[in-house]
Design a binder for this molecule. Structure first.
Ligand SMILES: [Zn+2]
Ligand SMILES: [Zn+2]
Length: 176
């Protein structure tokens, strides 16, 4: 990565580029379970963000805990690097989201959650009872979801679908 890319919240090109790095990261995850710190640093540099310990720790935490809320991320970061303020973690999450390394989702009535799976425009299923969240792959591929029947002239970079229902655990509880 020789050029510094300006972080843009909606850059398609940035997403594709980040996606490629993420792809290789996730491929290596399958073998090793955790991605290396140098891969995290590479991601940060790839979007022109300076590498700092809190940024590395927050990004690692988001990778390790998909759909975690801010408090869970703060907990994980503190285990990793010791005391760090709420505000510092909020600031890092905002920077990572703006840079396109992290996706923020906020189902109605839920706290904001963060995930590292950013480049594929996948959807989510949320349990009304316990709030658990799972990924749902786009039913017809990633591009068609972004093709609105009428875009009203807007430049669209994300489509969000949330399926609401009850998770298996909560469904089972109801029956018993
Ligand atoms: Zn549930
Ligand atoms: Zn997700």
């Amino acid at each position: 990565m020789t050029s510094v890319i300006e972080p843009t919240p909606s850059g398609e090109r940035l997403c594709r580029r980040t996606g490629r790095i993420l792809d290789s990261l996730q491929r290596s995850d399958k073998n090793r379970d955790v991605h290396t710190t140098s891969a995290t640093e590479q991601l940060l540099r790839g979007v022109g963000l300076r590498v700092t310990r809190p940024r590395v720790a927050v990004l690692d935490a988001v990778y390790a805990h998909p759909h975690a809320d801010t408090d869970s991320i703060i907990g994980a970061v503190r285990i990793d690097i010791g005391e760090v303020s709420h505000q510092a973690v909020y600031d890092v999450l905002r920077a990572l989201t703006t840079a396109g390394l992290v996706r923020r989702i906020e189902p109605a009535g839920s706290l904001a959650r963060y995930e590292s799976r950013v480049a594929d425009n996948h959807h989510h299923v949320v349990c009304r009872a316990c709030g658990s969240i799972a990924d749902v792959d786009c039913a017809v591929g990633d591009t068609p979801c972004l093709t609105a029947s009428d875009d009203h002239g807007y430049s669209i970079d994300e489509a969000e679908v949330i399926y609401w229902g009850r998770c298996p655990d909560c469904s089972a509880e109801e029956v018993s």
